[in-house]
Ligand binder design. Structure first.
Ligand code: MN
Length: 199
C-alpha cells in the first residue's frame, strides 16, 4: 500500500509562486487520486511488493506505470521546493546550486542562467502533459529530458534530480495558459540543497 506524502511546508508556504489553492488541489486531489488508483490496480499482482522505482522500471506502458510514475514524479516534485520566505535576499536574484552540481552545469551549459533558459524552453516546448527533468547518468553527466505523461528518467536508466510539472493542473489556477511564466517563477522556490543531495 502506498500512502500520500505529507508536504514538508505549510499549504500557503509557496505563495506567490504556487498558491495555496493550487497546492491543495495538486497534492490533495490529483496526487491522492494517483495513490488511490495505484493501490487498487496492484492488488494481487506482482507489483504489490515493489517500490515505486521498481514499478516504474518494470511495468509496461499502461495504467500501473502511469499511476506509479505520477506518484514518484510528484513525490520528487513536491519535496524539491522550500518556502518562498526562506529565500534569502542574497540569493533572491539568482537561484543556483553550489558544489559539484554547479560545476557540472557550468561545464555543460556555460552558466546557471544558460541552463535555466534551456530547461524552461524544453518545458515550454513539451507538447501536452508531462514533465521536464534534469537527470544524471552513472558518470554524473547531466541531461534535460522532456518526458510525456508519467514518464521518469528512472525508466531510462538515469537518476532524476529536478523536475517541473507541465501538466496544466500544476499551474492553470494561478497562471492560466502562461506556462512559460509559471516555469520561470519556479526557480524562486527550488531547494537546491535537496537537488544537490540527489546528484
Ligand atoms: Mn501534477
Amino acid at each position: 500500500m502506498f500512502t500520500l506524502i505529507d508536504l514538508p511546508y505549510a499549504p500557503d508556504a509557496l505563495e506567490p509562486v504556487i498558491s495555496a489553492q493550487t497546492l491543495a488541489f495538486h497534492h490533495g486531489k490529483h496526487l491522492k487520486a494517483y495513490v488511490d488508483n495505484l493501490n487498487k490496480l496492484i492488488l494481487g499482482t506482482e507489483y504489490e511488493s515493489m517500490t515505486l522505482e521498481e514499478i516504474v522500471r518494470k511495468a509496461p506502458a499502461g495504467p500501473i506505470f502511469n499511476n506509479a510514475g505520477q506518484i514518484l514524479n510528484h513525490n520528487l516534485y513536491f519535496t524539491q521546493f522550500k518556502p518562498a520566505k526562506d529565500v534569502m535576499p542574497a540569493e533572491a536574484g539568482i537561484s543556483s546550486p553550489t558544489g559539484p552540481l554547479l560545476t557540472q552545469i557550468e561545464k555543460q551549459w556555460g552558466s546557471i542562467e544558460a541552463f535555466q533558459t534551456d530547461f524552461e524552453s524544453k518545458g515550454v516546448s513539451l507538447f501536452g502533459s508531462g514533465w521536464v527533468w534534469l537527470a544524471a547518468d552513472g558518470d554524473g553527466t547531466l541531461s534535460i529530458l522532456q518526458c510525456p505523461g508519467a514518464d521518469n528518467p528512472i525508466a531510462h536508466g538515469l537518476r532524476p534530480l529536478l523536475t517541473f510539472d507541465v501538466w496544466e493542473h500544476a499551474y492553470y489556477l494561478d497562471y492560466q495558459n502562461r506556462r512559460a511564466a509559471h516555469l520561470k517563477a519556479l526557480w524562486d522556490i527550488v531547494d537546491w540543497k535537496v537537488v544537490e543531495g540527489r546528484y
